[in-house]
Every structure is written in C-alpha cells, then in structure tokens.
Design a protein around this ligand. Structure first.
Ligand SMILES: [Zn+2]
Length: 280
C-alpha cells in the first residue's frame, strides 16, 4: 500500500512504532512491554485495547471492570498483516530507528530532540498515514490526503538513513505545506498508562496522543481547531508551542507533572463519557 508495486508480504506490521508505547528502558531498570491503553472513538461506538502490563487498577479507573469476554477479545488493532511489502516495511523502520534515538533526551523547557525536523516530519507523517489507512483509530483522512501522504512517504522514505534526501524534502511543495507541533509528557511515572488515542474532534490539526507524545499534525499548516475545540485543557500551551516545518531542527515542548495529571484526568473523563454513552 505504500509503493503500490510489490506484493504486501509482511505480517505483523505496526501502524504505531512499538518504542513509543513501551517504557524507556532505563526507568528503574525495567524492560516491560505492553503498557498501552488504546482507544478508538467513533461516532457510534468506542473500542479499546490494552497492553499486557497495564495495571488492573488503571484499567478499572478508566473503563471499569473488564469482563472475561473483553479480555479474550483484547487485540491490538494497530498491528496488521499484508499491508506493506518487505522493502517498504524496512524503509519505515529506517526512519523509526533514527527517531528512536531521540527519546532518551528530554528537557524542562522547549528542547531540540536532536534530529532535523524533515526527518521528524517523515516519521510522524508515516504514523498519521498508517493510522488513517488502517482505519482502526477512529480518524480517517480524506482519500486525497491519504494519497498525498503516501506519495511523499514513498518518495522520501530512504532505504538507508544516509540516503535521506534532505534537500529534496526542503524543496518539495507537499512537504513544505505540512507542519507539526509536538508536546511530551516528560514526567510520566511507571504506573501511568500510555494512552493511544486519535482525537476524534480534530482535523486542523490532527491530534494524536501516543504514549508520552502529543502530536498535532497539519497537512496544510492549519491549527484553527485549537481555538474552538478542547484539547484536554492544554490548548494554550499547544498554541504557544513551536511549529516544526521541514526547515530546522525538531523542537518539543515538555509538559510538567502537574499539567500532565490535569491533562490525563481530562483524557480519562472524555473516554469515560464516550465509553458510558456509547455501545461497545
Ligand atoms: Zn512496498
């Protein structure tokens, strides 16, 4: 589905790179996996899935007691078979492993993550696109937007990181029309769940909460929805944060513990409202 030429032979492709949802390994020496708590909010229903290491208390806090049936049917909808060929999967992995190197770096004020934002743009665009075409996140882009993303990814995802065409990206019209803001909950604790949620109300920008990261991504450099819709109480902070374009280095705004708690509580309130108000 990326190159549209080779047979999609790969199985187990992750739409959301796993490293974004697992613990950073140095925290208390643990190497646990499966801490994510994923929600799909659609018009008529809400779905969820949870990693094996999510604490039962956390699950209960957000969705109440889990039935045996729900436990049995618990599957990660963002892992998919036969969507990419091996070559495309490798190209996605090249950008992912380059990006993964940045996550040990944090800061208490706006900080540079250590990569150029053209690489960050490819990385985050690839996640937005994958979540959209997979259709399991609750937000699906228009078909021309999906195609626009597919084309730039197919064009610019390198086979090796040395081959990243930085100048080509900077000169590309589509790449230049896109931008993103990136927030990070830098002070999450071990017991905090890592949410995966594509905000159902936002299009300009698209807003995805992925573990510690809150990505606000725009295909047309538009952030109007931040002035009219609630982004879990942190609209002002997001509005004030740097906008990453293909020029320059990626800048991330850290969210402190107090704001994180308020933010998370707003996320949980929203999910609860959706969960109890809709069919499962
Ligand atoms: Zn391919």
């Amino acid at each position: 589905m990326l190159c549209k030429t080779k047979y999609a032979d790969k199985t187990g492709s992750h739409m959301v790179p796993h490293f974004l949802l697992k613990r950073i390994e140095n925290i208390k020496g643990k190497k646990g996996r499966g801490y994510e708590l994923g929600f799909t909010i659609q018009e008529s229903e809400i779905k969820f899935h949870f990693g094996q290491s999510v604490l039962p208390e956390k699950l209960e806090e957000v969705i109440g007691e889990i039935t045996d049936k729900e436990r049995e049917e618990n599957r990660n909808p963002h892992i998919v078979d036969h969507i990419f060929c091996s070559d495309c999967e490798k190209r996605l992995a090249v950008v992912e492993s380059a990006y993964a190197k940045t996550i040990t770096k944090t800061g208490t004020e706006d900080y540079e993550s250590g990569i150029i934002s053209s690489l960050g743009m490819l990385f985050w665009a690839s996640i937005v696109w994958r979540m959209s075409i997979n259709g399991k996140s609750g937000v699906i882009l228009k078909s021309d937007q999906n195609e626009k993303l597919r084309q730039i990814l197919d064009c610019f995802l390198p086979d090796k990181i040395e081959n990243l065409d930085e100048n080509g990206i900077k000169e590309n019209g589509l790449m230049n029309s896109m931008s993103y803001k990136l927030m990070r909950l830098t002070e999450l604790n071990d017991e905090d769940a890592k949410f995966l949620l594509f905000h159902p109300d936002f299009y300009n920008p698209l807003c995805i909460l992925i573990g510690e990261f809150l990505l606000c991504f725009s295909l047309e450099n538009r952030y109007d929805d931040l002035n009219t819709k609630d982004l879990f109480g942190i609209n002002k902070m997001v509005n004030d944060s740097s906008t990453n374009t293909v020029l320059g280095n990626e800048v991330i705004k850290p969210i402190d513990r107090t704001t994180s708690k308020m933010f998370e509580s707003n996320v949980v309130t929203r999910i609860k409202k959706e969960y109890h108000g809709k069919a499962k």
